[in-house]
Design a protein around this ligand. Structure first.
Ligand SMILES: Cc1ncc(COP(=O)(O)O)c(C=O)c1O
Length: 365
């Protein structure tokens, strides 16, 4: 079985590359004594989770209730729900997730924690809790200067056991290709988090988890003394954003959209059968459009760019399109793997020997 025999568009995983990405990161972190709790939002695929687990992942990080439930029902434990459970439905889900799977919860304020504590207490449960700290993204997370105050407020609440601190160093995506500056910022974020953990310990909190999490920061942040856990997500597949940030090589990217030229009516443009429902335009670096256009061999096509998209049509432009004919197969490296996977119901997992399996993508919403 070859790529050429698949119908298009298809979201294809290169399994040997996937396995190599999983193995390398698992080994590096294990060598440093840092636990791996990968973010599962990237693959949302139980086959990928099984492979991560087999290589020593201690558990998984999740964004949505659907991800927590899918992993929990599949028997995975060590789950961290890394989103703020606000509103009655989320609080009820959190209580169920603690009861059914022993899920660890995350808060960034006493305000978020109070209804949780009340509901857990009423259910007769105690949950492990991480305090989210903002180390530069300025999204959610308590400012480091206010962490002691929030932690002391949490101490007064029933049914929540503060176990540690965590951060998502998403601001590293803003560093473009300045690799040394990016690594230095990853180290600073981790050091800030470790310092908060030390402050909380000094106040008498039993902090045994100090958790960083991002793929751009993966080369540096987890190796800062005092960090105990890493939660990368995108590392499983890599993508165009990670290549441009210097977090991985094009040759290790494991996820591409297979697409076919379906029309070439205008000079300088060809139309492919993958559009905005097949690819994400979420480019966090200077690149625009819908991804990097590759040949079937995985090498970038010179002078061809994926300029724009309708839902099921992609517009490839540039001098290089002159050589493309109706029926030609191409691959597109997505800018953002996680956002791309979420648009698909299945991954076509191609093994090195030409065999393939269809792996469902679950918990998409
Ligand atoms: C809380 C949290 N942890 C970990 C990650 C993983 O980061 P990345 O996608 O850079 O691997 C994310 C990504 O959004 C996140 O929000």
């Amino acid at each position: 079985m070859t790529l050429a025999s698949l119908d298009t568009p298809a979201l294809v995983v290169d399994v040997p590359r996937l396995d190599e990405n999983l193995r390398r990161v698992a080994e590096d972190l294990a060598g440093a004594g840092v636990l791996l709790r990968p973010h599962w939002k990237t693959s949302k695929c139980l086959q990928v989770a099984r492979r991560q687990r087999a290589l020593g992942a201690e558990g998984f990080t999740c964004s949505t209730p659907g991800e927590v439930e899918a992993l929990g029902e599949a028997g995975h434990r060590g789950l961290l729900w890394a989103h703020l459970p606000v509103g009655a439905a989320k609080v009820a889900f959190a209580v169920g997730a603690v009861r059914r799977y022993g899920t660890t919860l995350m808060v960034d304020s006493v305000e978020v924690a109070e209804p949780l504590a009340a509901a857990l207490s009423e259910a007769g449960l105690v949950a492990d809790l991480l305090l989210e700290v903002d180390t530069g993204l300025h999204r959610t997370g308590v400012d480091p200067s206010a962490a002691r105050l929030v932690a002391s407020g949490l101490r007064g609440l029933p049914s929540l056991r503060l176990r540690g601190v965590m951060t998502h160093e998403g601001h590293l995506y803003g560093f473009g290709a300045q690799r040394s500056t990016l690594d230095a910022a990853a180290v600073s974020s981790a050091q800030l988090l470790v310092a908060v953990a030390d402050d909380l310990r000094a106040d008498g909190h039993e902090i045994d988890i100090v958790s960083v999490g991002s793929t751009p920061g993966l080369a540096a942040g987890p190796y800062v003394p005092g960090v105990t856990e890493a939660r990368p997500g995108t590392y499983v597949f890599g993508d165009g954003n990670q290549v441009r940030l210097g977090s991985c090589e094009l040759s290790s990217c494991a996820l591409t959209v297979l697409t076919r030229v379906v029309s070439s009516q205008r000079e300088g443009t060809v139309i492919v059968d993958a559009g905005s429902k097949a690819l994400s335009s979420d480019a966090v670096t200077a690149e625009s459009g819908y991804g990097l256009v590759l040949g079937l061999d995985g090498a970038p096509l010179p002078d061809v760019s994926f300029a724009r998209a309708n839902e099921e049509h992609g517009f490839l432009v540039g001098r290089g399109t002159d050589g493309l004919r109706v029926g030609d197969l191409l691959r597109v490296l997505p800018h953002h793997a996680c956002a791309t996977v979420n648009m698909w119901s299945e991954l076509v997992a191609m093994d090195g020997d030409g065999t393939y399996e269809r792996w469902p993508v679950v918990a998409r919403h």
